[in-house]
Ligand binder design. Sequence first.
Ligand SMILES: [Zn+2]
Length: 465
Amino acid sequence: MALIGSLRFGARALALKAMSSASQETIERRQQIRLRRLVRNAKQSSPYLAEKYADIDPETVTLADLPTSNKGEVMENFDRWLTVGDVKRDEVEKFFEDESNLGKLFLDKYVVSHTSGSTGQSLLLVKSPDDFELNFALQAARGHAASLDLKEIVTRFTERVRLAAVTLKPGFYPSGTAFTYMPAGVRNFIDVKQLSLTDDDLFAQLAEFKPTHLTTYASILHQLARGIEAGELDLGGELEQVVNISEKLMSEPRKHYEKLFGAPVLDDYGMGECLFLTCACMTTGGMHVNADWAILEVVDDDYQPVAPGERGTKVLLTNLANHIQPFIRYEVNDIVVMATEPCECGVSLPLIAEIEGRSSDILYAIRDGELKPFHPAVVETALGGVSSVREYQIQQDVPEKLVVRVEPIESASINTDEVREAILATLREDGLDSIEVTVEVADKLVPDDDGSKFKRIVTNVEPPS
Ligand SMILES: [Zn+2]
């Protein structure tokens, strides 16, 4: 069974590899077929979406014909949104209350998880275990430094990838599930060690495992780097690549870490609603959208498309693989910039140039006597230019005042006056002259130990009504 699964996985990865350099028309055609299939199934099997798409013909529908959706709508109509009748919200919530359910399938069929709810309501997610095969096949085919061919697949069958996935703490959150529910066929290629920042023996376990691949968040990468710098952690020197998932890592610490870890440090952008959304580009350091399996639209406040090179205010996500809980033109508050030119690496999948954080991360200034929001990217740009900063935190307790905490890389010293001047200069360029800035050097900037992600932006200012 596992062997057949492995053959299928290998074949699937090779097909995905071929598709990544297919013509744009071929990829779009594939996308269209999958979108219509998704809408057809949603209309047939989801009571809520049948009503929502009453006037939509799945046989002729195009993306722009479809209405948008959001987290509030999914959660308010949770049971009726799903295309399966046996998953009920209260039962899923009860399932999460029992920690011994970690790693188990809900009703022996479904992978369930929930987001942290750091941006309001927590989202419950329902997936098929098959989705995780796609997830790993995409990573193997497109998100890997070594080029994938049959020889590489055979090699990996005998010399398995040793993937260490370090998360904040054990829990039912989406990124943790990817490794827990790895299909048996994939396990013949990848040996996964799932660890948490809260494990007392984290460093010892990593040292023993000697990972070839490391997947984690930037804030945990900092923690591992601190350990290596202090001589307390030895990863064994066999790392081939490090992947930072969905957290900002500035260019200077990235360069420093590539030397420290002895491997390229790549970014991967995904979300609980679509973990396999992108694969890192080995050539440019950007991220390619897996456009044959997901659609990412960069839009403005009025849901109108934003041109490549321009910053959107949110994105609309369509996950073409999850037929159980359809996410179709689903709104996510991420600020994304698409590249203006085709990628030089030869992959024809759309390239994300930059992710500038969440549009819900907002700071305030008083302009013309009124409290107006501005995006922290203004301050972050200045910080990115300071070579010795590992991590930062921007706190605003009252309008017009920012406290910026910076942690230096290793033993570097930071001149707080210079940092302050750099921030004030970029603020002035944006007409934000009146803001006071205090810069403090912090010993260590780490996530709270409640398991929530590190908060780079802390706003305590009441937004204007
Ligand atoms: Zn590329």
